[in-house]
Design a protein around this ligand. Structure first.
Ligand SMILES: [Fe+2]
Length: 211
């Protein structure tokens, strides 16, 4: 039975906008033997996840739920890849969409939606105890724009300000996004400039958050 998670209007816009085309599409396959757990985390990409074999429980939270992941933690993750501020608490569970997936079920969740998976061994039989799923991840122009707003907001927050979250003000987002892109480009240029000095492989890579 396919699962269609009704998305917020923001994400419906993402799907319907002709200017918001998918890019950087990647696919991953996950094979696990129950019991297994994928810890609570967020991703930068949008994610279409499909259960191919076996069963898995997936909990997904709204990416607009700041009680679950605070704004500064999302910004930190977007810019530095740090999940330091992304921490599961049992009290969060009732706020999630919980899907008991079987083969053929699919779940879509947008960028920075907190999620985790678990599988128990109750359904397994001798010789058939493997859970197989695939995830297809991608960015859109909207995803990248939101990330640039996060990039700008992080700087504002470090200056002691409390910036509006992406989506709260379209007008402000329109101003912030190109400035966030400039900040990201500046970080990228600086990182490359100092790479020879550091002799570090990591330094020559484009830093996280530079879209
Ligand atoms: Fe994930």
């Amino acid at each position: 039975m396919p699962i269609c998670w009704p998305t917020s209007s923001e994400h419906s816009d993402r799907w319907s906008s002709a200017s918001s085309r998918a890019s950087s599409v990647n696919g991953f396959i996950f094979i696990s033997a129950p019991p297994s757990v994928t810890p609570f985390h967020i991703d930068r990409e949008n994610n279409c996840w499909l259960q191919l074999h076996g069963r898995k429980t997936m909990n997904v939270w709204e990416n607009t739920d700041r009680a679950v992941v605070p704004a500064d933690a999302v910004e930190d993750f977007i810019v530095t890849h740090s999940q330091r501020g992304v921490r599961f608490k049992e009290e969060f569970r009732p706020r999630s969409h919980q899907f008991e997936t079987r083969a053929g079920d699919a779940v879509y969740f947008p960028s920075t939606s907190p999620h985790m998976t678990s599988s128990g061994a109750g359904w397994t039989t001798p010789g058939d105890g493997v859970s197989i799923s695939i995830g297809v991840t991608f960015y859109t122009t909207v995803t990248r724009k939101v990330a640039r707003v996060h990039q700008f907001n992080r700087l504002m927050r470090k200056l002691g300000l409390t910036p509006t979250y992406p989506g709260q003000s379209k007008a402000l987002d329109t101003i912030k996004a190109p400035l966030g892109a400039l900040i990201g480009a500046g970080r990228s240029m600086l990182s490359k400039a100092i790479a020879p000095l550091r002799h570090l492989r990591m330094a020559v890579r484009t830093p996280p958050g530079s879209y």
